[in-house]
Design a binder for this molecule. Structure first.
Ligand SMILES: [Zn+2]
Length: 430
């Protein structure tokens, strides 16, 4: 008896395809309009008693037949029909009560309409993709694909797998576009340079974040040295309240440059909007339209512009000199973050920059300057810890990409599983 499918074109060489179902032999193969239907039976003559765990061999008939979907064979859906063997345990059974165990072979996935190996194939397809897309490609129902995710991917972090935490990132995802309704995503960065997902929280309230930090095993909480976060009191207070009372915790809060940049870019952009409004009123329509085409260059860093683009931007600045000033100040600030400085050196550069803003007479950065002073120490901590900061920027991008694909996933457990799969899927299933 063979556990391979055999294909032959008459007089051509024969192709054997292993069925990848250990412990069975093929009883029959039928090709139907919807694919291959293969009936198999178990050749394994024992199982483990579900009650005492001993190996048992006394046969007790068969369970009900069931059909599961297997990896497609040459693109055709393939179905496996099987009646599981049942065994009676002579040790646990009494005259009144028989203890019966149904055999589960290694390729069977419990409570799944798919075989184990097909489930793993589906999970691999799901990495960086969507449930809808995978269900379409595999011609499986949405619920089948979702079911695989739910069964096979842990719904929460397994602390046992983690040796130390060292650097933690707290980030957020808007649940729906345009809504101020956030989920918090907490990650860690391992010494080996890997980003690992710790949790997805249903909101970014202090109590929620604190509860998560409190739930960490103390042996791991004591290893946290840096928490990278956005400028959000809820996160920072949660970390302080959870870690400060514990003398073994020494945690520095770092505001990542990415979050700072978002604020001062926005400040410069507000002035751009004002200036465009002014120019729209003052310039002839055609000329205004021409300038509008240059606008997107303003949002980019000077060093990212080609020489010709820089000239176009300079020409535009002739109509809006205040905007040129804001652009230069914005670039100077980025330059400070680009330079390897000590916290004290960075502090002095920031003070000089604030003075330059005051001297410029611009007021678009006023709010940013207040923010800068409110978060002074945490922003300067970036310079102390900068060797750690890359991962949060990298993860932000990862989350951004995922966010776009995951719109509508309001279930935090599913979001955790999807993020986890994106981060770990290739390692686990490729
Ligand atoms: Zn037993």
């Amino acid at each position: 008896m063979s556990t391979s499918l055999c294909f032959a074109n008459s007089a051509e060489p024969t192709l054997y395809i292993p069925l990848e179902l250990p412990g069975v032999e093929i009883v029959s193969v039928k090709m139907a309009a919807d694919g291959y239907h293969i009936t198999v039976r178990s050749v394994v003559k024992h199982t483990q008693c579900r009650s005492c765990g001993r190996e048992i061999t006394r046969s007790h008939g068969y369970g009900d037949p069931s059909t599961v979907q297997h990896l497609p064979v040459l693109g055709h859906p393939t179905y496996i029909t099987f009646r599981p063997k049942r065994f009676l345990c002579p040790h646990c059974s009494t005259p009144e009560r028989k203890v019966i165990t149904t055999q589960l072979l290694s390729w069977q996935a419990l409570r799944s309409p798919l075989t184990c190996i097909y489930e793993e194939h589906v999970l691999l397809q799901l990495v960086n993709s969507t449930i809808t897309d995978v269900s379409r490609k595999e011609q499986l129902s949405y619920d089948t694909v979702l079911g695989v995710l739910e069964r096979r991917i842990n719904a929460a972090v397994d602390w046992e797998e983690i040796q130390d935490l060292e650097v933690i990132g707290i980030d957020e995802v808007a649940r729906r576009k345009g809504h101020r309704d956030f989920l918090a995503i907490i990650t860690t960065h391992t010494a080996a340079g890997k980003t690992q997902l710790l949790t997805v929280l249903p909101d970014r309230k202090k109590a929620t974040v604190k509860a998560f930090f409190d739930s960490m095993p103390p042996r791991l909480r004591h290893t946290v040295r840096t928490v990278c976060t956005d400028m959000w009191e809820g996160y920072v207070n949660a970390v302080h309240e959870s870690c400060d009372p514990d003398p073994e915790c020494q945690v520095a809060i770092v505001i990542d440059r990415f979050h700072v940049a978002k604020q001062y870019y926005k400040a410069a952009d507000n002035l751009r909007k004002q200036e465009m409004k002014r120019l729209k009123q003052q310039l002839p329509k055609a000329q205004y339209q021409e300038l509008r085409g240059v606008m997107w260059l303003f949002r980019r860093r000077k060093k990212a512009l080609a020489a010709e683009e820089q000239i176009r931007l300079e020409r535009f600045f002739q109509y809006a000199p205040r905007l040129q000033l804001a652009y230069q100040l914005r670039e100077q600030l980025t330059q400070i973050f680009d330079t390897l400085l000590s916290p004290a050196e960075a502090a002095s550069k920031f003070e000089t920059w604030c003075q330059a803003v005051r001297d410029s007479g611009l007021n678009c950065f006023n709010r940013f300057i207040t923010t800068l002073h409110n978060w002074w120490n945490e922003i300067l901590n970036y310079f102390r810890q900068r060797h750690n900061s890359g991962f949060v920027e990298g993860f932000n991008n990862k989350v951004k990409v995922l966010k776009r694909r995951c719109y509508g996933i309001l279930n935090v457990t599913h979001l955790f599983q999807r993020l986890y799969l994106d981060l770990e899927g290739y390692r686990l299933f490729a």
